[in-house]
Design a protein. Structure first.
Length: 211
């Protein structure tokens, strides 16, 4: 898995990014977060910052190769930071540059070290369902103005990381916990009305920080 992130561009290109190490999250013996319910997950994330960069960015954010020029919807990123307030996610992403692909539809190489103007989006609704024990897997839908991301998520055992495997609404099937765990080879991508096995990685890994 090469990288990950969350961000939407014009028509609906969104991705997430996370990196590095964070300070331990100490909830105390009497304040253990309940990650087995949707409300417990949102309560735990409230006020925290989620960061993704470097190798935490997947090769195919939202199901689309970071190396392909999709115009305004290209999925090449340097970083993405999500801040959780009031149950919604503010996403600040910095796109990278796809080198060697000047025309839409061409394939080049994503260079995250050549950043472009930052993009900011804030979710309007976040739906979390089908939560397993300790947040080992849950289905999630992020609604943003004009588009939605659908997929599945999972917390690490130490609660310092959040993995999100996301696709644009209608772009994939089998990206839910009933089909398998985050990153399982259960996803079929839907392109032009045709369904085919998804061969990339769309798992976006975030480092969690904050009180």
């Amino acid at each position: 898995m090469k990288k990950m992130l969350l961000s939407a561009v014009m028509t609906s290109a969104l991705s997430l990014v996370g990196c590095g190490e964070s300070d331990p999250i100490d909830n105390g013996p009497d304040n253990t977060p309940n990650l087995s319910t949707s409300q417990g997950i949102l309560t735990f994330l409230e006020g925290k910052t989620l960061t993704m960069t470097g190798d935490d960015i997947p090769t195919h954010p939202n199901g689309f190769s970071e190396d392909v020029n999709f115009g305004a919807s290209s999925q090449c990123y340097q970083s993405v930071t999500m801040s959780v307030q009031g149950g919604n996610f503010r996403v600040d992403s910095i796109p990278g540059t796809i080198e060697g692909a000047p025309q839409a539809g061409q394939t080049g190489t994503c260079n995250p070290d050549l950043p472009q103007n930052a993009l900011t989006f804030t979710s309007t609704v976040v739906n979390i369902e089908n939560v397993s024990a300790d947040g080992e897997c849950f289905d999630v839908v992020f609604s943003f103005p004009g588009f939605r991301q659908v997929g599945r998520g999972s917390f690490s055992a130490d609660q310092r990381r959040l993995d999100l495997e996301l696709f644009f609404e209608g772009g994939a099937t089998g990206a839910n916990c009933a089909a398998g765990a985050v990153g399982s080879a259960t996803v079929n991508q839907v392109i032009g009305g045709e369904s085919r096995p998804f061969e990339g990685s769309a798992v976006q890994s975030y480092v969690i920080s904050g009180s």
